[in-house]
Design a protein around this ligand. Structure first.
Ligand SMILES: [Zn+2]
Length: 274
């Protein structure tokens, strides 16, 4: 999916889903837009739902989807959980050992990649440290990725996608982020390994367009979906105090989440590419 995106000069959106109906809403939006899409699960979501229950539910829904779709495990620091995800049906895992010393980051990522290969699962890696809070993982400071380190990491680990810390952050931006566009362009020009952008929530449309133009192939959206989910729930409950109808509440949330997803698919240029 990411190789096709690079070739076609569009980006594939990767949404962090939380449960059955946020997943269904993302799929509905992608099918409506005839767009490829990536369904991501954070480690916190995996733990909340149970790895086996989530695998069965997500695999069933993805296999029935009418567009290209992949199930991805986001920011996993636990080698064992990465292996389980590979065993249980995830298409791709992000092994995040970016907090370790660089040599160690390479060594452990190699181990995960070697195992993933035996299962036909792709691996995304991270170089530098992406700031902010992503569920259970929090980093106060960005540590920007360097070009030489990132190229060496890609070569030596053989990862299938690379998330260099380019100045974007998880959560809600305070102020305008300073983004190292140059690094994205240089990496995309020098390696076939697709570049992933984390911290997509809150970036300007022009920033997304520029990143995709420079060669970014996967863009993660998590915080915006959480906000939409909770806002929709609050709004429905405030507007429907006299009724008890969970299915209508779920449907309302799904419509709001699908309404969040569609503009991203259009902005990233993936609409109509499935
Ligand atoms: Zn991330």
């Amino acid at each position: 999916m990411l190789v096709a995106a690079r070739k076609g000069r569009y980006g594939v959106a990767a949404f962090n889903v939380l449960n059955h109906f946020t997943l269904a809403a993302v799929l509905e939006a992608a099918e409506k837009e005839k767009s490829p899409v990536i369904i991501q699960t954070s480690v916190a979501t995996v733990k909340a739902l149970g790895v086996q229950a989530l695998a069965r539910m997500a695999r069933g829904m993805l296999d029935a989807a009418g567009v290209p779709v992949a199930l991805h495990l986001d920011h996993c620091q636990d080698v064992e959980l990465c292996r389980r995800a590979c065993d249980l049906g995830w298409d791709s895992v992000m092994f995040d050992s970016s907090h370790l010393p660089f040599e160690e980051n390479i060594r452990v990522t190699q181990q995960v990649r070697n195992y993933a290969r035996t299962k036909g699962v792709d691996v995304e890696g991270e170089v530098g440290i992406i700031a902010g809070v992503e569920d259970d993982i929090a980093h106060a400071q960005t540590s920007l990725a360097g070009y030489d380190d990132t190229m060496r990491y890609i070569r030596e680990t053989g990862v299938d996608a690379i998330a260099p810390a380019i100045g974007t952050a998880h959560g809600v931006y305070r102020g305008v982020p300073v983004i190292n566009f140059d690094l994205v362009g240089r990496l995309a020009g020098a390696t076939a390994c697709p570049v992933v952008v984390h911290g997509g929530t809150g970036l300007e449309d022009a920033v997304f367009r520029k990143l995709i133009e420079l060669g970014a192939a996967k863009i993660n959206i998590s915080t915006a979906l959480k906000q939409t989910y909770v806002d929709a729930m609050r709004r429905f409950l405030a507007e429907n105090t006299g009724t008890v109808n969970p299915l209508k509440l779920d449907r309302f949330i799904m419509d709001q989440v699908a309404g969040l997803v569609v503009p991203f698919l259009r902005l990233f240029g993936s609409s109509g590419k499935a």
